[in-house]
Design a protein. Structure first.
Length: 713
């Protein structure tokens, strides 16, 4: 059947078979994406990770109190006693979009359940948006390939699964939609819709900036693209008003939010668009007054001058700090050499620098086809296909591809930008290859067999990373429980954290202040409904440094610091593995599975204290005797080292030796009856249940306000 055959007519629109095929592929891409993203729900229908709990609470505040109250809200449960100006420090459009869509589509569902589904739905809808973008760049077939590849891309799904009510899914949706509207406008022939597209594209890009700070990286390819437009487009009159209109709209919308705000417009982010726009207008003017043979040369000289001057200004700004700069994380992504200069940034697992094996697991076959795509775009003679890609769109694809891979080379969390770049390039590659292979004369059996083999090879290449390797393939790479169920450890899911937070909510006074490592702040505020000294926004890094210093202080000094912080309770989380052995009739346990006992290195690093004092130099996962006996955190861990064991050689030692592991037994140092600085008032169920091998143990200590130190009565 002819794909151009009309199935039915609606007004002036002829619905053809190829339209049905496009709809079918997009429905398939959406369905596959949603199913893969929904895997964590098998373990429990919960919000995932940490930030989503704050985002839920902020969205709930809008739903219950309205936008006017939201923009006046100082959250007194955050960063006690300072509080937090929510609208100035949050992804406002994430909260606003979720609240508005809940009012429209929420029905009878709870807001909590709605926000669990929200990222999976938005992330899956993005397959349609990237189809539209890549279709604009390289045709319908390339767009369909892009939608299917986006649906199974591991880096994108990892940061957009069910329960991942964070910035990335909505930010990427807005960012790609804004790019599509902008590029569609500057390539559009219908003059009636050009201006609305440009304005709407600028608005959407501004929304994306408010939804996710990472959308700043969409600015890099945009700025570079605007720089080269005068060399590849002849419609200079159109460019003179369309580009400034888009940039002005985008910056106006971005500045209307407290975050990113005016600092973004006047800082490096805004200048990354303002300077290219000024160059474009100046270059067009220079080309207009120059002779034909000197037009390009003069424009290139101007561009070189801007690059040199801009580089000098950046160097000078490092000394004067006269320009508002993005936060350290964004500067770190642009300059990878900053990676080790912030212990706070380095301590976050998703800020790790991706190595080659990790990048290959995340992108796999996309790398190969993206490389072929670059070659095909740059080649004039190879594969003379029927696909027509305008020169300016080719340039945009190449710029986007290079910048996407570059910014993702610093942080593991930014690999999704590499994924988007590789998807676009690989989709164009697959479209060109498919078109050329299927143009082969189909009258011979050999050509038909050749086409079948080509299709089979493509399918095998893309199915392989979905099923191999068995533990880290594209499908089960997302198959893990929500973090609230295992505390970000590799342990099996349990109810320990949820029960501990429920206990806090019911059994502590409403005005209680909870001290904990910042990882758990949002959980305590949202599910425990209590104020915390620090949380995952890491706004006041000095608070976190003080907390780390307090944990590594001696118990008396740590208690004094807690008093100065006005804390009423302190929480610690320990991951424990039960060992099939006993020591003098006591059950033996091995610590070090991802709880606070595994963060001791970062406690010391962030506090600026000598690591070798607290951890063995030859193995920083093993605490020293000093940490166990002389620090508050050592006393808070209700386990005591009784022996050291070399499992490989089956040897035991009374003190640590390289290669030996520390084995412990239960010992509560601060029980509820003691007169020490702390009293253990709650331990989660896993601590007591000896049928559980891998334990997620949450301990809540009440701070003894009446404590009198025997060393300083």
């Amino acid at each position: 059947m002819n794909s151009q055959a009309t199935l039915f007519q609606a007004g002036n629109f002829n619905f053809k078979l190829n339209h049905l095929i496009v709809i079918g592929v997009l429905v398939l891409a959406f369905s596959v994406s949603f199913l893969i993203r929904s895997q964590p729900a098998e373990y429990g229908f919960e919000l995932n990770e940490f930030d989503p709990f704050f985002n839920f609470r902020a969205t709930e505040y809008i739903v219950e109190n309205g936008f006017s109250q939201y923009f006046e809200w100082n959250d007194d449960k955050s960063w006690y006693p300072k509080g937090r100006d929510v609208s100035a420090t949050s992804q406002v459009m994430l909260h606003a979009t979720a609240a508005i869509t809940y009012e429209i589509f929420g029905g009878n569902s709870s807001l909590y359940d709605f926000t669990i589904l929200f990222p999976a739905v938005i992330g899956s809808l993005t397959v349609i948006v990237i189809f539209a973008l890549v279709r604009l760049l390289a045709g319908t077939n390339a767009g369909l390939f892009a939608s299917l590849l986006f649906a199974v891309s591991l880096p994108i799904i990892l940061r957009g699964s069910i329960g991942w009510f964070k910035s990335e899914p909505l930010g990427i949706f807005y960012g790609i939609l804004g790019l599509y509207l902008f590029l569609s406008a500057i390539t559009c022939k219908n003059k009636k819709i050009i201006i609305p597209k440009i304005i709407f594209g600028g608005i959407i890009m501004g929304f994306g900036m408010s939804a996710w700070g990472g959308n700043q990286f969409f600015i890099i390819p945009l700025g570079l693209f605007i720089l080269v437009l005068p060399f590849f487009r002849n419609d200079h009159k159109f460019l003179l008003w369309s580009i400034p209109l888009f940039v002005a709209t985008f910056l106006l919308v971005s500045s209307s939010f407290e975050r990113p705000g005016l600092d973004f417009v006047y800082g490096i982010g805004g200048l990354s668009l303002i300077i290219p726009t000024l160059f474009l207008t100046t270059s067009i003017f220079i080309q207009k007054i120059s002779k034909n043979e000197t037009k390009i040369r003069n424009s290139l000289f101007l561009l070189l001058s801007i690059i040199i001057i801009g580089s000098l200004l950046l160097v000078l700004n490092n000394e004067s700090n006269s320009l508002p700069l993005p936060s350290f994380r964004y500067l770190n992504a642009i300059n990878p050499f900053l990676t080790s200069s912030s212990a706070m940034v380095d301590s976050v697992a998703e800020h790790a620098t991706p190595d080659t094996p990790t990048s290959f697991i995340l992108h796999s076959i996309l790398m190969i086809f993206a490389g072929i795509g670059i070659w095909l775009l740059l080649s004039k003679k190879s594969f003379e296909s029927k696909i027509f890609i305008k020169n300016d769109m080719k340039i945009f694809v190449l710029i986007f591809g290079m910048t996407g891979v570059y910014v993702s080379s610093t942080f593991l969390r930014l690999e999704l930008f590499a994924s988007i770049s590789l998807i676009i390039l690989a989709s164009i590659s697959l479209s060109i290859l498919s078109k050329n292979f299927f143009m082969i004369n189909a009258s011979t059996k050999r050509s038909i067999l050749f086409k079948i083999l080509f299709v089979a090879l493509i399918l095998i290449l893309f199915i392989t990373p979905m099923i191999f390797p068995s533990n880290t393939n594209w499908i089960n790479g997302i198959d893990s429980p929500p973090v609230i169920l295992n505390g970000a450890t590799g342990n099996p899911p349990s109810s320990d954290w949820k029960e501990a937070l429920e206990w806090i909510k019911i059994n502590t006074p409403e005005n209680s202040v909870i001290a904990s490592w910042w990882d758990y702040g949002y959980w305590i505020q949202t599910l425990g409904e209590r104020a915390t000294l620090s949380d995952n926004s890491t706004i006041h890094s000095n608070f976190i440094e003080d907390h780390a210093r307090m944990l590594l202080s001696n118990p008396d000094e740590g208690w004094k610091m807690l008093q100065e912080m006005n804390a009423d309770y302190i929480i610690t989380f320990i991951s424990v593995q039960k060992v099939d052995a006993q020591w003098q009739g006591n059950q033996i346990y091995l610590l070090g599975g991802g709880g606070d006992e595994s963060k001791l290195f970062w406690f010391a690093n962030i506090a600026g204290l000598p690591i070798q004092k607290y951890l063995e130099p030859s193995d920083v996962s093993v605490p020293t005797n000093y940490l166990w006996n002389e620090t508050l955190i050592g006393k808070m861990i209700p386990y005591t080292v009784v022996t050291y064991y070399d499992n490989q050689n089956k040897k035991e030692a009374n003190s640590y030796l390289p290669g030996f592991m520390d084995l412990t037994i239960k010992e509560i140092k601060y029980d509820v009856e003691n007169d020490g600085p702390l009293k253990l008032v709650y331990a989660s169920p896993s601590f007591y249940d000896e049928s559980i091998i891998m334990k997620n143990c949450v301990f809540v200590y009440e701070i003894n306000k009446n404590y009198v130190s025997p060393n300083n009565p």
